[in-house]
Design a protein around this ligand. Structure first.
Ligand code: PLP
Length: 661
């Protein structure tokens, strides 16, 4: 089995035992309403007061107001609402105010979205201005100096959630002071709690929101610090709880749990010291360097939280790295949010002006300050396994599909001759194509385009086809033939007969542009796999036969749960179980299945043809989450293959690799 190594603490953390016990106590005996005046209520009130007093000590807030919220997003709303109401009121009184809402370019989305929302809702009409950061994610103080005199509010996080970059809050405070800025200053302190020293009331910070679930408390509890004298408008009104700052009966289980975390912070021995965390990061970084020697770290270690590592690996997208780690049971997150067809680069890394491939390939690994030696040992061991898995390249590489933003690059390989031909290289894939060719130790014979004949090598042979003699490049036992037409070029891949004729039936694949060449039906067979340069979210493979019948796919009816899969395998012992994950994911963890073939989705085009010739053998695809296997089923159905199935929810939900069941 494959116990989970959770390295995504910046997204959320597990709840510490003491917090679970405290929450459970508040739910059982301490269930009172702190507003009640009887003994049960008074005990709840005492807990509330005690946790608030702890919060004051931990946050260095002997003055100012601290209210309990549902989390940082609520604290951010309240702070922004308060500041904007104050600006609006000052204007109504005819007093001068700032005109700009300045926010760091790497803020959590909750900040700019809330600024825009409340600015619109309150009709304040202020101008939102992004404060740029440098290559280390540090706010550009020179730009702030220009903006600060006209700013109504400045929002600069204490530490970044993607990169761990620590902001120069003293530098920002100095600029605001020296420019006599009228701005209210909010510091999103979510990632700082437990990792950076905090002395809030000694600072000029007006608002500091915190979130419990980033530091071993449950979701749904947070805190907002408001400096004495800073304006305040409640987000929620009602029964006057929290001294009128935030109405609604308090989330006492959450408060109690947060209290346990604050107690641990005060007591000091539960969380590792900064130096220990720095040493842990160094060990993780060494393991990563050993596993992926080309790795690049995206934020300087001396300028970031020791608990956050953000990195990119040339030749691997963040989705691929994520899948690899997940297969090994290591939970990390992408520095970029990925949708199935489009990879959205990280706006945080873009703001740091890192090269495009790094912003699109970033992965964040983060751990909490309760990590211990055993955990870091286990994590490093698992990273080493990931490195070994990465060296697994597909045994029978023949044809590889790489997709970016709907554009497809096809790589045609010959493993005996160690040569390869690239068709329609997408510029954004250059790093990956390069890494792939290098890892397969291939010579690139030609780089071709379906838009024209550029790249065709001067020395080539000629073969006979149904369309007459055509130019060809030898690729081991196969040939790649050029078929130009008025609109572009198609390429036919197949094996010639001894007389040098490439018969239609011997063309296994044809590579086409977005539109199919009118000449193709004469030179390919009904079952030739037609590989397009465009991918509209499906696999870009079809056949002439499938195009004629235009079969509608209904993948939803093709889902199997684990029990249905067992029944299908019992009824059809010859069924093929196909893991469509990349070879390194397949190698990184046990799938939990016997007799599995690994044919990655990116290599399916190579294998489709042979499966189509055996329609009586059912195919069951699976992957990590069910997304890739659903595509494989849909493609097989489009090609007229009736008995293709896939495992709903993938192995992540079915108790296979990467789960701790
Ligand atoms: N700010 C930062 C820096 C964060 O990392 C997060 C959480 O992702 C938030 C704000 C939002 O916090 P919450 O989930 O408590 O609303």
């Amino acid at each position: 089995m494959n116990p989970e190594i959770y390295l995504d603490a910046n997204a959320t953390s597990p709840v510490m035992e003491a917090a679970i016990a405290a929450a459970s106590g508040a739910l059982r005996e301490g269930f009172g309403n702190p507003s009640s005046t009887h003994g049960t209520g008074l005990r709840a009130r005492a807990l509330l007061d005690d946790v608030r007093a702890r919060a004051r000590r931990v946050l260095g807030a002997d003055s100012g107001r601290i209210s309990f919220t549902s989390g940082a997003t609520e604290g951010i709303q309240t702070a922004i609402l308060s500041a904007l109401c104050a600006v609006r009121d000052a204007r109504e009184r005819g007093e001068p105010t700032g005109q700009l809402l300045v926010y760091g370019a790497t803020e959590h989305k909750a900040v700019p979205e809330s600024l825009a929302h409340w600015n619109r809702l309150l009709g304040t009409g202020l101008e939102l201005v992004k404060l740029p950061v440098d290559e280390h994610g540090q706010h550009r103080l020179d730009v702030l100096r220009e903006l600060a005199p006209r700013a109504a509010m400045v929002c600069t996080m204490a530490a970044n959630n993607e990169t761990g970059a620590i902001s120069d809050l003293d530098g920002i405070a100095a600029v605001l002071r020296e420019t006599i800025s009228p701005a209210y200053w909010m510091v999103d302190s979510v990632q700082a709690l437990g990792k950076l020293p905090l002395t809030l009331s000694a600072s000029a910070i007006d608002y500091a929101p915190f979130s419990g679930h980033k530091l071993y408390a449950p979701k749904g509890i947070g805190m907002l610090y408001v400096r004495d004298g800073a304006p305040y408008t409640p987000l929620m009104c009602g029964g006057g709880q929290e001294a009128g700052l935030r109405a609604g009966t308090e989330n006492m289980a959450g408060v109690a749990a947060l209290g346990a975390v604050l107690a641990a912070l005060e007591e000091g021995s539960t969380f590792r010291s900064h130096d220990v965390l720095v040493a842990y990061r160094a060990r993780l970084a060494d393991a990563l360097r050993a596993a992926m020697p080309d790795i690049v770290f995206n934020c300087a270690f001396d300028k970031s939280l020791p608990t956050t590592l953000n990195f990119s690996v040339p030749g691997l997208s963040s989705k691929e790295l994520l899948n690899l780690f997940d297969a090994a049971g290591v939970r990390v997150s992408a520095g970029s949010a990925c949708s199935s067809a489009l990879a959205v680069p990280s706006y945080v890394l873009e703001a740091m002006q890192l090269p495009g491939w790094r912003t699109a390939a970033a992965v964040r690994m983060s751990f909490g300050p309760m990590a211990d030696d055993a955990f870091i040992d286990a994590a490093c061991g698992r990273i080493v396994l990931c490195g070994q898995a990465l060296r697994h390249i597909c045994a029978d590489t023949g044809l590889v599909q790489m997709t970016h933003d709907g554009h497809v690059t096809w790589l045609v390989l010959d493993k005996t001759q160690r040569s390869c031909i690239v068709i329609d290289p997408v510029p954004a894939l250059a790093e990956r194509i390069d890494a792939f060719v290098r890892s397969h130790a291939c010579d690139t014979l030609a780089i071709l385009s379906t838009a024209g004949s550029a790249g065709w090598p001067p020395h080539c042979t000629t073969v006979m086809t149904a369309h007459g003699a055509l130019d060809a490049i030898g690729l081991g036992a196969r040939v790649l033939v050029r078929l130009p037409d008025a609109a572009g070029v198609s390429y036919l891949l197949g094996t010639c007969d001894p007389a040098g004729l490439l018969a239609s039936a011997a063309v296994t694949h044809a590579f086409t542009g977005a539109a199919m060449s009118p000449l193709l039906p004469a030179v390919v067979g009904p079952q030739t796999i037609l590989c397009s340069s465009r991918d509209t979210g499906r696999l870009p493979c079809t056949t002439l036969a499938a195009r004629e019948t235009m079969r509608a796919a209904c993948a939803a009816q093709r889902e199997l749960d684990r029990a249905a899969l067992a029944r299908l395998l019992a009824d059809h012992p010859q069924a093929r179980l196909v893991d469509v994950r990349e070879p390194f994911e397949h190698a990184a963890g046990d799938t939990g299945f016997q007799g599995v073939q690994n044919v990655p989705l990116s290599r399916l085009a190579e294998r489709l043809g042979s499966w189509l010739t055996e329609p009586a053998i059912p195919l069951v695809f699976f992957c990590r989450s069910g997304a890739r296997s659903a595509k494989a089923v849909e493609c097989m159905q489009r090609l007229g293959f009736a008995s293709a199935w896939h495992l709903a929810g993938g192995i992540a939900l079915s108790g296979g690799a990467g789960t701790d069941t």
